[in-house]
Design a protein around this ligand. Structure first.
Ligand code: F6P
Length: 533
């Protein structure tokens, strides 16, 4: 199928004109004054997630043109091709079917295989959770990238639903300072290691798995005990068996690493929260999949968010987006989204390999609120760059401290309000600034205390951070990334950009031992020499 790239459409040209006429100069404060229904007009409800899109630099006309852009780029046909299992990961000749991992039995491709592994994995997880019988108190997931970030993000997010007697540990970094403090606190008999790797060849994971194995043997374990205390989540069953692992949960090449938490890679999640909650996580994601598959483009939340991303990246030329979850359980969400969005859409050529004349993935970054407020929000409010912020708020906490929760929510609302409203120099002049130096003129102080405002933000609201709501939220992000990637005409499902560094590390590793500097650039040679001194 031949698809149009966003910049080859009529809507793109119309959007460029619209941006010059109405987009660049849109003032949010005036827009709200003009349209008292702006909140209602620019908010959307999707399964489990309500989105206030009204504090963004767009209006009904922008949305109509962006939606037309999606239509011209045949977004719906592209989406349907993905959902049907077409090999849309063209550079690797693979289907992209993470949605099949959360589809009810019998409703999506590979259903028998998917549900076979899922049932087996959840039964195993329940066995581990029965600590009185299993003896397991600690689970160590050894994996990196997509084989780490998903479970590492979800487990703390769902802490309120987690087994209180089992501690989950995540080891990813090849730097030995990651695994060493973890092993120091463990006893082999109480520990289960999950070696999580789609390929079972990733250097970091294999190196850490070897360290864990040796530690286990050094503590008096033997091969039989290793078979009991090490399990694998991988598509490479043979390599896992060669390692000495006999309990393996498989998945398939059509599950991308960064889309894999729904597969066997989710085993740490299943052990933490149990089979029913894991199924609820899948169910929430499936509900969002159905929304993405069936809601009209104009009311389709992942589509509208993806279109907003294109609007900001290619017309406003914003190069980053900050994520601020006002829920401490979501502390790893920004890191998870970094891989999801930047590894998917950080591409410079289209599907044909033609260099792109426009920007693609923004930098995605952030910290949970309110911590971020006391660190980098200064720059968001008064810095020279405009950075759209995405607030995530949860209506009902899963802790009993209502006063703390009210404060978190008030701060969340206040930040998006402050970004939008700003503060004029006149207002600042009329105020008394308690810590201002008396030696400075009033106007100078007021200028320092002026906020430009008109800074855009989105607020996503969940009722409670349940497994179902979290599943829906993650799937929302996956489909949003699909949307912008499809419009940009790129392959969002490969990651060739990580290969070069891997190959060079392979070349440098023996040189660190031998000191061979032959053919190296001056800087690398100089650094290597110092490291060997
Ligand atoms: O960094 C590249 C990458 O391939 C990611 O896409 C992937 O999630 C990660 O490495 C881990 O790969 P594996 O699961 O095969 O160990």
């Amino acid at each position: 199928m031949d698809f149009k790239r966003c910049d080859q459409t009529v809507a793109w040209t119309a959007l460029a004109g619209h941006f010059e006429g109405h987009g660049r100069g849109l003032d949010l404060r005036e827009a709200f004054a003009r349209d008292p229904q702006r909140f209602e007009h620019l908010s959307l409800q999707a399964p489990e997630v309500f989105a206030d899109l009204s504090k963004n630099l767009w209006d009904g006309a922008t949305r109509r043109l962006l939606t037309e852009l999606a239509r011209e780029c045949q977004l719906e046909a592209r989406r349907d091709a993905m959902l049907a299992g077409a090999p849309i990961n063209t550079t690797e000749g693979r289907a992209v079917l993470h949605t099949a991992l959360r589809a009810p039995r019998g409703t999506a491709p590979f259903s028998d295989e998917v549900h076979g592994v899922l049932d087996r994995m959840l039964a195993f997880a329940e066995g581990v959770r029965d600590s009185a019988t299993s003896g397991i108190r600690h689970v160590v997931n050894i994996g990196i990238g997509g084989s780490d970030l998903g479970p590492q993000m979800v487990v703390p997010a769902l802490d309120a639903f987690a087994h209180p007697g089992i501690t989950l540990h995540f080891v990813s970094n090849v730097d030995g300072h990651d695994i060493t403090p973890v092993l120091r606190r463990l006893k082999p008999a109480e520990t289960l290691f999950i070696i999580a790797s789609k390929t079972f060849t990733t250097q970091e994971t294999m190196a850490n798995a070897a360290v864990a194995r040796q530690w286990f043997l050094d503590q008096g374990g033997d091969e039989a005990a290793i078979a009991q205390h090490f399990v694998g989540a991988t598509t490479n069953l043979k390599a896992a068996a060669d390692f000495g692992i006999h309990t393996t949960f498989g998945f398939w090449d059509w599950v991308g690493g960064r889309y894999s938490l729904w597969s066997a890679i989710g085993l740490p999640i299943a052990i933490a929260v149990g089979a029913d909650h894991f199924r609820a996580l899948l169910d929430g994601a499936h509900a969002m999949d159905r929304h993405f598959a069936t809601a009209p483009l104009a009311e389709n939340l992942p589509v509208q968010l993806g279109l907003l991303d294109v609007w900001y990246r290619n017309f406003h030329r914003f190069s980053s987006r900050s994520v601020a979850p006002y829920h401490q359980g979501l502390k790893r969400l920004p890191a998870y989204l970094q891989q999801l969005e930047m590894e998917s859409n950080g591409k410079q050529v289209d599907l044909d390999g033609t260099p792109l004349p426009f920007g693609t993935s923004p930098v995605v970054w952030g910290e949970p609120g309110t911590n971020g407020q006391h660190a980098y929000f200064q720059m968001l409010h008064q810095g020279t760059d405009v950075i759209p912020v995405e607030f995530i708020a949860v209506q009902h906490p899963t802790h009993p401290h209502a006063d703390l929760h009210a404060k978190a929510l008030a701060n969340c609302l206040a930040q998006s309000q402050a970004l939008m409203l700003g503060k004029t120099t006149e207002t600042a002049l009329a105020e008394k600034a308690p810590t201002a130096s008396a030696a400075l003129g009033k106007l100078t102080v007021a200028r320092h205390r002026t906020f430009p405002g008109n800074r855009p933000s989105t607020t996503l609201l969940l009722e409670t951070l349940t497994p179902r709501a979290l599943g829906a939220l993650i799937a929302l992000y996956e489909h949003r990334v699909f949307t912008s990637g499809a419009l940009w005409g790129i392959n969002s499902f490969d990651q060739w950009g990580v290969e070069l560094g891997k190959a060079l590390a392979g070349d440098l590793l023996p040189r660190l031992a031998s000191g061979d500097l032959e053919g190296l650039d001056g800087s690398t040679a100089g650094l290597l020499k110092r490291l060997r001194a």
